[in-house]
Design a protein around this ligand. Structure first.
Ligand SMILES: C[S@@+](CC[C@H](N)C(=O)[O-])C[C@H]1O[C@@H](n2cnc3c(N)ncnc32)[C@H](O)[C@@H]1O
Length: 237
């Protein structure tokens, strides 16, 4: 209780930096998703400061809101990097057959969200270099390590592997999954590259908050900002 109150006070005294952008307003009206507005400032910062053409990676895309936002700021700052996404559109809680008390099947909901993702990317980021790979992050990294040739969900054949310049981590938020997502990303993240972790703000109910403390103690990484989610830059190999 006291922690909750203290976090509220902290947030009031130290509000997130917010970017005002008319396009993002229109995008977020139409593209379902879970947007922490402070992430936009972080993504804009990354795209302004990144010096590499290596691919971006997003873990956890849902309906594509963050994907479209990353793509928009990349374009705005003249970046032409390839952009890989890993999501299998299998949600926590979907082991239940139906959505709540309805007759809507969980598996139909997954298909609906995946189709929404495809439609949102095709409309808001057309002709882009976005390659969504239908895999859980662990399996995605296995394919990445093997430099596998795979088909993305738009039926484009792409080669995985190599260095990564920016990762947005928004998949499974448990400690163990976040740890593996970080370690797997770290293997490929270039010096100077960035990682943004969603839902890691101080006081978040998600276990991934614990991972942030560990990465803060990792001397290969520098905390760039908490806005309120954690953005790190890799400063040494
Ligand atoms: C919080 S939502 C992502 C929200 C999205 N980034 C946005 O801006 O709206 C989490 C997503 O992560 C996906 N996910 C869960 N576990 C995953 C895993 N192990 N690997 C990849 N994606 C995962 C889910 O299918 C879901 O689409």
């Amino acid at each position: 209780m006291l922690t909750k109150v203290l976090n509220k006070v902290k947030k009031t005294l130290n509000p997130s930096k917010i970017v005002k952008d008319e396009y993002i307003d229109w995008l977020s009206f139409a593209n379902a998703g879970m947007l922490e507005k402070g992430n936009i400032y972080c993504i804009d910062y990354v795209m302004k400061n990144l010096k590499s053409d290596s691919p971006f990676l997003e873990i956890g895309s849902f309906c594509g809101l963050s994907t479209n936002i990353i793509y928009y700021y990349a374009e705005k700052h003249g970046r032409n990097n390839k952009f890989f996404c890993a999501d299998k559109w299998v949600f926590e809680g979907s082991e239940k057959s139906f959505l709540g008390d309805t007759k809507i099947k969980s598996k139909d909901y997954s298909s609906f969200v995946k189709e929404s993702f495809k439609r949102n990317i095709a409309f808001f980021s057309p002709n882009s270099k976005i390659h969504p790979i239908e895999q859980f992050s662990d399996d995605f990294f296995e394919l990445w390590n093997k430099k596998a040739e795979v088909k993305d969900i738009f039926e484009n054949t792409v080669n995985l592997g190599g260095p990564i310049s920016f990762a947005f981590i928004d998949g499974n938020h448990t400690y163990e999954f976040t740890k593996r997502d970080f370690e797997n990303t770290d293997k490929h993240l270039e010096k100077g590259g960035f990682i943004l972790f969603d839902d890691t703000f101080d006081g978040s109910i998600h276990e991934c908050v614990k991972n942030m403390k560990e990465i803060e103690d990792n001397n290969k990484y520098k905390l760039v900002m908490k806005n309120p989610n954690y953005l790190f830059q890799k400063v040494s190999e």
